[in-house]
Design a protein around this ligand. Structure first.
Ligand code: 6CS
Ligand code: FE
Length: 296
């Protein structure tokens, strides 16, 4: 059952392709609420993302990378629904719900360096809407076309407002040439509706290659013209905090250098999922959690 149109502030995957100006804040907390100071919060509000170099130590990078290697080479996991395979090469593209598969990654989601920042940005207690590891393997890693995460999380998971934030931690060097994430600074202020109705079980293909809910080329061109394109590059251990509605993408990786990141998506407990706004049924819990118990 889809949520009714009257309560939908961000209509998408319907007939209109008209963008909707964002009516919600990006930063909900204040400098006193956590590690970000006032200048950092103002910059995040304006740009929609924040890059923190050296967010985790090189020892942690080594340890988390070993966890990723363990997950990707575990034959028992290969057929697990949480593992998404690259369409063309058959290599592992992503593993979802990694906090249930790795005690170390579970501890990272609760680490105060992470949790205090998520709570500060969202101005409330938070829970994990989704976690994933993207491997972006060398030579064969395929990218992610331009999209807003919130467009999917609104349409298919039922998040009412863009009161969610992602923390992406680089576990390999993110170069400009090996599939580094591109973001349009300030694009989070515009909600661009996706085109195309959501097919049944869309997630079974969209996590390999998203074709539904993506913006039109005109909408992407307009936003790029208005906002420009920045890129998240930096050494392993760097973190990118980005708003749920920022327009982002990554290109294929044909270099020998993998671009592996761990993504943790925090949603405010005040933004609990309701029925999807543009899908017949919510996505499975390993992609979109529905238990909003605060993360501690
Ligand atoms: O559909 C999703 O939830 C995932 N898809 C992409 C391309 N980014 C956000 C999220 O991990
Ligand atoms: Fe995304």
């Amino acid at each position: 059952m889809t949520t009714t149109a009257s309560s939908d502030l961000y209509p998408t995957r319907q007939h209109s392709e008209q963008p909707t100006p964002r009516t919600h804040p990006t930063v909900w907390g204040a400098a006193a609420d956590g590690p970000f100071d006032d200048a950092a919060l103002q910059a995040h509000e304006r740009r929609g993302f924040t890059i923190l170099p050296d967010f985790i130590s090189s020892e942690e990078v080594t340890s988390f990378s070993a966890e990723l290697d363990r997950l990707v080479s575990d034959p028992a996991l290969r057929n697990d629904e949480r593992v998404v395979i690259e369409k063309s090469s058959g290599e592992v593209r992503s593993v979802f719900q990694v906090e249930r598969l790795s005690a170390q990654l579970d501890a990272l989601t609760r680490d105060l360096r992470v949790l205090d920042r998520a709570r500060q940005l969202l101005g409330s207690d938070v829970y994990l809407h989704q976690t994933r590891v993207n491997y972006m393997p060398g030579f064969k890693g395929t990218g992610f076309y331009w999209h807003s995460d919130f467009e999917t999380w609104h349409a298919e998971d039922g998040l009412p407002a863009p009161r969610a934030v992602s923390c992406s931690i680089a576990l390999t060097p993110n170069h400009p040439f090996n599939g580094g994430l591109m973001v349009m600074p300030g694009s989070h202020e515009t909600f661009v509706p996706g085109v195309g109705e959501t097919p049944q079980n869309n997630h079974e293909s969209s996590l390999q290659e998203q074709t539904v809910g993506v913006p039109t080329e005109d909408a992407i061109a307009d936003l790029a013209q208005q906002c420009g394109i920045d890129q998240f590059t930096g050494p392993a251990g760097s973190a990118l905090w980005f708003d749920s509605n920022i327009m982002h993408a990554s290109s294929n990786n044909i270099t020998p250098y993998p671009r592996s990141n761990v993504f943790m998506v925090f949603n405010s407990v005040e933004n609990a999922p309701v029925s999807p706004f543009a899908a017949a049924a919510p996505r499975p819990e390993h992609i979109a959690a529905r238990d909003v118990t605060p993360l501690r």
